[in-house]
Ligand binder design. Structure first.
Ligand code: PMP
Length: 399
């Protein structure tokens, strides 16, 4: 028998839930599913890089050799062999990372939520870059912090601005490598200054690093974590170097914080899927990533160059853009009077999508900015799409 509601339910959401907003990017992604759209909007990795056969073989192997264990509940902090592998891969001769510091998470996005849960009270001061990763602003917002924007210049976060604003702050959230959304990276000197300044101020520093391995040239830059393992909280992810669909990330924290994060995770989802952790361990343990990552770097690096060349050719004078040496994004700054949201309307009419910059700002947005991703669009479509965008920008500048 089915019971009727005599009175319609008046849903009373918590204040927290009432203020939840959908990420602007996820909204745009709905539009960009249409096949006729050339989308520079998504932060999705290129599916051409997903090692489907390698994953299939690893699932087969784990299920046939360790089926019962892999399908059982597992420990909250994660599959021990994978944690140990991560700790070893992050250790340097001067800074040894312990497996106990590593907490496996369901994507690194979950680490952002857990860090918010454990470190942020309502009104807590939280320092973020200008602009910053939208998904982090969204995750932290649930805990209702007071975001304070840290000054940023063309070289990224400016550590010298911290002492004046850091008093009482719970954390600084930073993306030192190929930042989402700007593609900028911190120089070695800036990294040192940043870590030293945070250590002097007693300010916990979160290093979110999903793109660090995707450098197109030279060697990956040193991690802030290794410069001060007692003061830096490191977040890593398998999304951009393997596949995002398995939802596997991790956070590395000083031990007292790692324990708190583990408790928060226990309350959230008990643990991240044991099967996928065992499969990923099977894939990475013999060095697969060291052959695989160079193929991603090559593909993205080539497409980045095509986009930079096209921008150079088609964007009018007065427009500025970043020249990333890794990662997935280019950041464009239009003349001040031009609103990227209006440009997006025009672009969508012409079947081109990108993400306007405003949602990436915790406070006062620069409305004349936008983010372009070059990783999922083939070169000829990059050229054609940038040509159209250049024309639309010129038209708006002339109006
Ligand atoms: N941090 C940054 C900077 C990101 O760009 C992303 C994904 N776009 C994440 C964290 C979350 O990634 P995941 O949950 O897939 O590990």
């Amino acid at each position: 028998m089915r019971i009727e509601n005599q009175n319609p339910i008046d849903w009373r959401f918590s204040e927290r839930a009432a203020q939840l907003q959908s990420s602007f990017i996820r909204e745009i992604l709905k539009v960009t599913q249409r096949p006729e759209i050339t989308s520079f909007a998504g932060g999705l990795p290129s599916p051409a890089t997903f090692p489907v056969e390698v994953m299939r073989a690893a699932f087969d192997k784990v299920l046939s050799e360790q089926g019962k264990v892999s399908l059982q509940y597992g420990p909250t902090d994660g599959y021990p062999l994978l944690r140990e592998w991560i700790a070893n891969s992050l250790s340097t001769p001067d800074s040894k990372i312990l497996p106990e510091q590593v907490l496996m998470t369901s994507g690194s996005q979950q680490a952002l939520d857990l860090l918010g849960k454990v470190l942020i009270d309502e009104g807590s001061k939280v320092l973020v870059e200008t602009p910053s990763y939208l998904g982090a602003l969204q995750a932290f917002s649930v805990y209702r912090p007071n975001f304070v924007s840290v000054a940023t210049d063309e070289h990224g976060l400016a550590p010298q601005s911290l002492p004046a604003i850091a008093d009482g702050a719970r954390l600084l959230y930073a993306l030192p490598n190929f930042q989402n959304p700007t593609g900028r990276s911190l120089s070695l000197a800036r990294r040192q200054e940043l870590v030293e300044t945070c250590a002097r101020l007693g300010l916990p520093l979160i290093e979110d690093d999903p793109y660090g391995a995707l450098n197109y040239r030279g060697e990956p830059a040193p991690k802030l974590l290794n410069m001060n393992p007692d003061g830096v909280i490191y977040m890593g992810s398998f999304s951009k170097v393997l596949t995002p669909g398995i939802r596997l990330g991790y956070v590395v924290a000083p031990l007292p914080l790692a324990r708190r994060l583990e408790l928060a995770k226990q309350a959230t989802d008990l643990h991240t899927a044991q099967l996928t952790q065992m499969v990923v361990y099977e894939v990475v343990k013999d060095g697969f990533l060291s052959q695989h990552i160079p193929t991603i770097r090559k593909l993205y690096g080539d497409q980045c160059q095509v986009m930079l060349n096209s921008i150079e050719q088609y964007f009018p004078e007065g427009v500025q853009w970043t020249r990333p040496e890794g990662g997935m994004f280019i950041w464009v700054t239009l003349p001040e009077q031009i609103d990227a949201m209006k440009l997006l309307d025009r672009a969508l009419e012409n079947n081109i999508a990108f993400v306007p910059g405003a949602p990436f700002y915790a406070n006062e947005p620069a409305k004349n900015t936008f983010r372009l991703s070059f990783v999922t669009v083939p070169p000829e479509k990059i050229r054609a799409g940038i040509e159209v965008l250049g024309r639309l920008i010129k038209e708006m500048m002339a109006a």
